[in-house]
Write a protein that binds this ligand. Structure first.
Ligand SMILES: Cc1cc2nc3c(=O)[nH]c(=O)nc-3n(C[C@H](O)[C@H](O)[C@H](O)COP(=O)(O)OP(=O)(O)OC[C@H]3O[C@@H](n4cnc5c(N)ncnc54)[C@H](O)[C@@H]3O)c2cc1C
Ligand code: FES
Length: 354
């Protein structure tokens, strides 16, 4: 439907779906895993890669809030989708999900997205996590061990052994893959809080591995320092930043109608295996332009917070109106957020390869 009065094009958000809860697994006193059923008609829509996340609608008053939760399930192993939620003190959605969700409930979600995905399952992989940051790392570990051929080293920090989500599953995986998988648990009450120096000595043997880091900001800082001290090249480092969304990614997509004679750049965009040439108005965000042309580019939050829409600028310049998720190493690798990118140069070449 075209709303000419408002000069916008409005379309329903095809990523919004409802899934039934099959099971709720109590992982620790403060974390649950929620197992979701994917009916046959939605199997294609919910195909995912290890490390990706779902965006979940959590009821609040007359409305809801939206939160992202990484999939702890592996597409190489698990039949159902599983998200794992850890309570945040004073947090709304994490406590609501832990307290209220039960089998038979229906959760409204956006289909899987995210770029925190191994480039190859066959390379050696270093996983660094703390608390609920282990969720996407478990998925990556399972997929790399089952679908790949490299070694996987997992450093996992928690306050205590009782707080450690997936502890017995990780022990079982180590028994199953003794030559390829090593997990090292750090418990603050037993080993002290990890420091950069401590991590550097542990990580040195793995400094050539491709590294995936996820956890609370304090842990991520220490881990980054440890990796630098260990001599690791920052281009090997991939991070997932957890944060709460402020907007409504479930809303209809409202795309401004761009004036045909507006000052524009031209862009070549490779997305979903096809290459398109587009006129890109200077004030328009790349994702809006692509969606307005019916091109199904990846996205979730549309507010620069989740990196689901990350893409690589192969040539030309763009600038982001907002970026709460890409880190320096991502920017150095040429990544940008399609939902926030506007053109700077007259010609831009972009690929969705994340
Ligand atoms: C890509 C991605 C993947 C994620 N994956 C996972 C996952 O697998 N598992 C997981 O558990 N989480 C995950 N998260 C985090 C998750 O989306 C939520 O951010 C988290 O559950 C907290 O949400 P909340 O509503 O409980 O907290 P919020 O209500 O959003 O609060 C967040 C923080 O702000 C503080 N706060 C809230 N209100 C105030 C206030 N008024 N004044 C001061 N401080 C305040 C809270 O105490 C809390 O520390 C992920 C996030 C992203 C972006
Ligand atoms: S869609 Fe979330 S950052 Fe662009």
């Amino acid at each position: 439907m075209t709303d000419t009065a408002a000069s916008v094009h409005r379309t329903s958000n095809s990523h919004v779906q409802v899934l039934e809860v099959l099971e709720v697994i109590v992982e620790t006193p403060s974390a649950v895993s929620i197992v979701l059923d994917v009916p046959d008609r939605l199997v294609a829509r919910f195909r995912y890669l290890p490390g990706q996340f779902l965006t979940v609608q959590v009821p609040r008053g007359d409305g809801f809030v939206a939160r992202c939760y990484s999939l702890s399930s592996s597409p190489h192993l698990d039949d159902q989708l599983i998200i794992t939620v850890k309570r945040i003190e004073g947090g709304y959605a994490s406590n609501w999900l832990c307290d209220n969700v039960k089998p038979g409930d229906r959760l409204t979600v956006l289909s899987p997205s995210g770029k925190f995905v191994p480039r190859s399952l066959h390379q050696d992989i270093l996983l660094l996590g703390a608390g609920s940051g282990a969720t996407p790392l478990l998925a990556i570990a399972k997929s790399a061990l089952i679908g790949g051929s490299g070694a996987v080293y997992f450093y996992y920090a928690n306050a205590t052994a009782d707080d450690t989500i997936f502890a017995s599953e990780l022990d079982d995986i180590m028994v199953e893959f003794p030559d390829r998988f090593t997990v090292e648990f750090n418990y603050d009450d037993r080993d002290g809080r990890p420091t950069g120096q401590d991590l550097a000595s542990r990580l040195r043997p793995y400094r050539k591995f491709d590294a995936y880091l996820c956890g609370p900001e304090g842990f991520m800082e220490v881990a980054r320092a440890g990796m630098t001290l260990a001599g690791m090249d920052s281009t090997h480092l991939h991070t997932e930043i957890y944060q709460s969304l402020a907007g409504d990614p479930f809303a209809d997509i409202v795309i401004p109608e761009f004036e045909a004679d507006a000052d524009s750049a031209t862009a070549t965009v490779e997305v979903g295996g096809s290459t398109v040439e587009i006129t890109w108005p200077r004030e328009a965000r790349l994702l809006d332009v692509l969606l307005s042309k019916g091109i199904d580019a990846p996205y979730s939050c549309r507010e620069g917070a989740c990196s689901a829409c990350a893409c690589t600028v192969r040539s030309g310049d763009v600038r982001m109106l907002k970026n709460d998720t890409l880190v320096d190493a991502d920017l150095a690798a040429g990544l940008t957020l399609a939902c926030q990118a506007v053109p700077v140069s007259d010609e831009v070449d972009i690929v969705f390869d994340q």
